[in-house]
Design a protein around this ligand. Structure first.
Ligand code: ADP
Length: 140
């Protein structure tokens, strides 16, 4: 297994409920290290661009509105097999289907307001990290 980096976002439902620290404890306990982090409010244009891959899905408009509804925490997680490891710690997209002990089981509200985003491949991780961070801002 190689050391990888992946892009994580703590979404507006979780920042609103003040649980960013509890969520990050699960990432850290799961073997991931936060090597970059910023709290920001996405513009509609940025949210549309970030989720452009979902533009044809029926929930796209709702998803964009939700992602701009409050602050998010964008972060880079580093560790062995970080992309897959992060997805395992996050749990299934729908919190109702997420395994016990996962972030989405503990903190997700529903299939849309599901607390966290995580890159789904190393290729997308590189693109998504670049969306939020410059090389100078990622410090392992
Ligand atoms: P994941 O975030 O687990 O990779 P997807 O890439 O399929 O899942 O979806 C991206 C995001 O879109 C989800 O995390 C969730 O916030 C939202 N989403 C997915 N499916 C639905 C749905 N059926 N209705 C509303 N929002 C959804």
């Amino acid at each position: 297994m190689a050391v990888e980096r992946t892009l994580s976002i703590i979404k507006p439902d979780a920042t609103a409920r003040n649980v960013t620290g509890k969520i990050n404890a699960l990432f850290e306990d799961g073997g991931l290290r936060i090597v970059a982090q910023k709290r920001l409010r996405l513009t509609e244009e940025q949210a549309k661009k970030f989720y452009a891959v979902h533009a044809e899905r029926p929930f796209y408009g709702e998803l964009v509105a939700y992602m701009v509804s409050g602050p998010v925490v964008a972060q880079v997680l580093e560790g062995e097999d970080a992309v897959t490891r992060n997805r395992a710690i996050m749990g299934a997209t729908n919190p109702a289907n997420a395994a016990d002990g996962t972030v989405r089981k503990a903190f997700g509200l529903n299939v849309q307001e599901n607390a966290v985003h995580g890159s789904d491949s190393p290729e997308n991780a590189a693109i998504e990290i670049r969306f939020f961070f410059s090389d100078l801002e990622v410090v392992g």
